[in-house]
Design a protein around this ligand. Structure first.
Ligand SMILES: Nc1ncnc2c1ncn2[C@@H]1O[C@H](COP(=O)(O)OP(=O)(O)OP(=O)(O)O)[C@@H](O)[C@H]1O
Length: 299
């Protein structure tokens, strides 16, 4: 009998089971001979039903990432996929379909999210009408969504007749009108005081919990990011660390643990305070122990 070699084992594709896949994503802006690398090989996976907060210093690339995921900007290199849609090679027509049906987007500037001369109900109705939904279905959907985010009382008010927090909650309802697979929010509480911010953030958590919507929210607000199960920190256009939190149960207290992110080539960024403490510079010694890897100075 012939002893045939075993067929090669194919490991599943990176992020094959994730809703959002960013693989080595690069976005370079070219302005008057100056090149800005806003995303420098960013990897990120988000699974269906997750709620993820993105944090990072100003200029770290958070908005660029959100714009790529919303298909309002195109990456320079790398791979970006949302719900099976390839965001790198997308025709204009696919982009329009994608923006209408696959993602919802809530912006920081409350005034940019709503049409000023339409009531809240009409604002939610608009994307449904464009999608060709029947009148009765649209009416029911608008009422359901406004109720869910706690602004049913604003149904007949226009933007200037609502508070900033109410406007942002209506904006969430508008973004959810066509049941997108992914809800993106870029600093949705940035213009609000802390109490109102907590209400708007509560609405995002409700839509995540009750509708099962997958939510990616950019925030500067630690009080906001501390409430989600997963916070991803972006530094210099890359994901640098993640905090995972578990809720308290009857037997275990709530926990938050910070992890460094290792990229697919095995690179990990050592925090500056670790490098400074041991004066780690260009070369380090690595050693494999039973259950961990040691990093030591070369001296
Ligand atoms: N359209 C553009 N043209 C040129 N450079 C840009 C453009 N958009 C963003 N950048 C640059 O890319 C980098 C990342 O910007 P980005 O807005 O993504 O950061 P951010 O983390 O969202 O910052 P912030 O928290 O201040 O909104 C910055 O250096 C920014 O100046």
């Amino acid at each position: 009998m012939l002893d045939l070699p075993a067929p090669p084992q194919h490991s599943p594709e990176f992020g094959h089971d994730a809703l959002v896949v960013c693989d080595n994503l690069v976005r370079i802006y070219q302005t008057e001979n100056v090149e800005v690398q806003a995303l420098q090989g960013l990897d990120l996976l988000v699974h269906e039903g997750e709620m993820v907060a993105l944090v990072g210093a100003s200029g770290s690339g958070k908005s660029t990432l959100l714009n790529v995921l919303a298909a309002v900007d195109s990456p320079t290199a790398g791979r970006a996929r949302v719900a099976g849609h390839d965001l790198v090679d997308m025709s204009r027509r696919e982009q329009v379909h994608y923006r209408r049906h696959v993602v919802g987007f809530v912006r920081q500037q409350t005034a940019r999210n709503l049409v000023p001369y339409l009531s809240a109900r009409q604002c939610v109705d608009l994307p449904l009408a464009i999608a060709g939904r029947h009148r009765a279905e649209r009416r029911a959907r608008a009422a359901e969504l406004l109720e869910l985010v706690g602004v049913a009382h604003c149904a007949d008010r226009r933007a200037h007749e609502m508070s900033g927090g109410e406007q942002q909650r209506v904006s969430i309802a508008v973004a959810l009108a066509n049941a997108p697979r992914l809800l993106l929010a870029d600093e949705p509480t940035g213009e609000l005081d802390s109490d109102t911010a907590a209400e708007v953030f509560g609405a995002l958590r409700d839509v995540n919990r009750e509708l099962g919507a997958t939510v990616v929210v950019v925030t500067h607000d630690a009080a906001v990011s501390d409430q989600v199960a997963r916070t991803v920190a972006i530094r210099d256009g890359r994901t640098s660390s993640e905090v995972l939190r578990s809720h308290a149960t009857a037997d275990t207290p709530a926990r938050a643990e910070e992890f460094a992110v290792m990229d697919r080539a095995g690179r990990v960024q050592l925090p500056r305070e670790f490098r400074d403490a041991l004066e780690l510079t260009r070369r380090v010694r690595l050693a494999l122990a039973d259950d961990h890897v040691q990093v030591r100075s070369d001296r």
